[in-house]
Design a protein around this ligand. Structure first.
Ligand code: NAP
Length: 265
């Protein structure tokens, strides 16, 4: 069984690095043409688009937009219409966080994090959905986080945004199913990228490996492979689902182990 996305066009927000870049590569490997959205990492996005064109023999273009800005999002989709054609797959991946005590958090920082992680997916899904309903349907995948369900100190804005995104995905699937548009939410655990590399170094990799029942930090391919599957026709009846990709991290809230030792241990 193979994942075949040939003749599909995908737009990945925050495709310039980390999980988003790997999603772009994987969708292209499955045959999709890719629009790589970036905000500040223009060079990385251009290099990635070139790599994809060369290695996977599909079309790849990139375009700048702040996903929290309606005008810029509209322009980005117009660019995609022109340079790549209709959108079949939208991956709302762009995200950002910052660790701040709730009592010290500036209003601007609250707005910034909610804007990128929650308003961005709304704006992009609206643009994509309007195009998909007039064509042959499509798929929208929102990259959430285990923090859509697990609260964390210092991340009240991020956790609130991702919890909102999880409900946004469910409402969106309900409204768009009749248009042949499927929606899914993917919630990664700890995946090593620029977003959390500092934190992993600060606490030490071994600590994370102990906290995560599967014994390892996730990698970008763990997430990208699931995106490719959900975007394909193999997942045709999966609609409105949440998929947690975390090595059972979020289930590990009780840290002590009361089980008796087994003879084999
Ligand atoms: P990353 O390496 O920091 O990449 C973040 C991406 O988001 C970058 O491509 C960045 O683009 C883009 N971005 C930031 N602000 C933007 C804006 N205003 N408009 C458009 N794009 C913007 O982070 P990552 O770890 O790959 O995270 C990707 C997604 O996975 C995020 O939604 C994150 O919340 C989620 N996630 C990550 C983890 C993890 O452990 N890493 C865990 C759970 C969920 P530029 O560089 O071009 O500015």
């Amino acid at each position: 069984m193979q994942i075949n996305l040939s003749e599909k066009n995908a737009l990945v927000t925050g495709g310039s690095q980390g999980i988003g870049a790997e999603i772009c590569r994987t969708l292209a490997e499955c045959g999709a043409n890719v629009f790589v959205n970036y905000y500040s990492s223009k060079e990385k996005a251009e290099i990635l688009a070139e790599e994809i064109r060369k290695e996977h023999k599909v079309n790849a273009v990139c375009g700048k937009a702040n996903v929290a800005d309606a005008k810029q999002v509209e322009q980005m989709f117009l660019q995609m219409d022109k340079e790549l054609g209709r959108v079949d797959i939208l991956v709302n991946n762009a995200g950002s966080e910052s660790v701040t005590h709730v009592l010290d958090m500036e209003e601007n920082e609250w707005d910034r994090v909610i804007g990128i992680n929650l308003k961005g997916p709304f704006l992009c899904s609206q643009e994509a959905g309007r195009r998909m309903e007039n064509k042959r349907g499509g798929v929208i995948i929102n990259i959430s986080s285990i923090h859509d369900a697990v609260p964390r100190k210092g991340l009240i804005h991020y956790c609130s945004a991702k919890a909102g995104l999880k409900m946004f995905s469910k409402c969106l699937s309900l409204e768009l199913a009749e248009k042949n548009i499927r929606v899914a939410s993917i919630a990664p655990g700890a995946i090593e990228t620029n977003m959390n590399r500092e934190e992993i170094e600060k606490f030490g990799k071994e600590k994370f490996e102990k906290w995560i029942p599967q014994g390892r930090i996730g990698n970008v391919a763990d997430v990208a492979n699931a995106v490719a599957f959900l975007a394909s026709d193999l997942a045709d009846y999966i609609n409105g689902a949440d998929l947690y990709i975390d090595g059972a991290y979020m289930n590990h809230t009780i840290q002590y182990d009361p089980r008796p030792k087994r003879e084999t241990e």
